[in-house]
Design a protein around this ligand. Structure first.
Ligand code: C2E
Ligand code: CA
Ligand code: CA
Ligand code: CA
Length: 275
């Protein structure tokens, strides 16, 4: 039996063993961070380009001790695949609600948008958890926008649509993140109740000089307008990109051109540029 075991083991490349070890280390580090709440939220302004719309903040998660895995682009998909996303999602929700309540108590009401992975939505009890947390701090759902992010294909669009509809009926606003990229495509506009689409950064990058990018973004803006959905362009880094988006009626812009995601104190001190 021992010899057989050794034989079976020899099928594994050493590189795979190393990767497994790395994944197990990441899992245990992340699980410890979840237990200790060792995360923090940064805030990036989402700037209204049109009168009457409120500028607000997107909350973006940070893991200061995460080392090479500190980027949410790395640890969020991992957490989704290893059963840790719900606990992380609760941390984000708690801290986002605390932020809103704190600013309200300071006489500076804020709205905030938080990222929700499709896996969290598929859990089913999310509306109840949201409702309980908001009731605790006396926050209206109107202060919270939910950005639907996805790193894997949504299996059951109808179920997710039902949950989103319920949340929207309760007063939350719903945005589709990374619109046009990956799985996040046109049929979401047909199947999901949506207030906003966030046009993926990869389309914004070439806006200054690439006619194809310009055509794609102009078409998305036109489509959104036609069905009464608001638009956010993310990853805006240049004046030329901003000028194009403004000329084509985009509602909101977000990106390094204005500000990076910042700790709370910096966000509150941030002065909006004249729009
Ligand atoms: P996202 O929701 O699409 O967030 C936008 C990402 O682009 C953020 O990266 C932000 O820092 C970055 N960004 C903003 N402006 C610019 C710009 O002008 N240029 C460039 N190159 N990048 C810009 P970040 O913070 O690393 O987050 C990566 C992804 O991780 C997010 O993409 C989101 O999908 C996920 N994520 C972040 N926080 C959470 C969270 O609390 N929950 C969940 N489920 N996912 C989260
Ligand atoms: Ca987002
Ligand atoms: Ca995005
Ligand atoms: Ca993204």
């Amino acid at each position: 039996a021992k010899a057989q075991g050794r034989n079976r083991y020899s099928f594994f490349e050493p590189a795979i063993g190393a990767r497994l070890k790395e994944e197990m280390e990441l899992f245990s580090a992340l699980r410890t961070a979840v237990k200790q709440g060792a995360f923090t939220l940064h805030y990036q302004p989402v700037i209204a380009l049109q009168p009457g719309l409120p500028t607000y903040a997107e909350a973006l998660l940070r893991w200061p001790q995460g080392g090479q895995h500190a980027s949410p682009g790395v640890f969020i998909p991992f957490a989704e695949n290893h059963g840790l996303i719900d606990a992380i999602g609760d941390f984000v929700l708690d801290n986002a609600c605390d932020f809103v309540a704190r600013q309200r108590d300071n006489g500076q009401p804020q709205t905030i948008s938080i990222n929700l992975s499709a896996k969290q939505l598929a859990q089913g009890n999310l509306p109840a958890r949201l409702a309980a947390r908001l009731a605790d701090s006396g926050i209206s759902p109107a202060c919270i926008e939910l950005e639907l992010t996805e790193s894997t294909l949504i299996q059951d669009l109808a179920a997710i649509g039902g949950t989103l509809q319920q949340l929207r009926d309760e007063g939350f606003r719903i945005a589709i993140d990374d619109f046009g990229a990956g799985y996040s495509s046109l049929n979401y506009l047909l199947e999901l109740p949506v207030d906003k689409v966030k046009i993926d950064q990869r389309f914004i990058g070439g806006l200054g000089d690439n006619p194809r990018n310009q055509a794609v973004v102009a078409a998305i803006l036109e489509l959104a307008r036609a069905i009464g959905v608001q638009t956010v362009a993310e990853g805006v880094e240049t004046a030329a990109q901003l000028a194009f988006l403004r000329a084509h009626g985009c509602h909101y812009v977000q990106g390094y051109y204005f500000a990076r995601p910042m700790p709370e104190a910096d966000y509150l001190a941030f002065q909006l540029p004249a729009a």
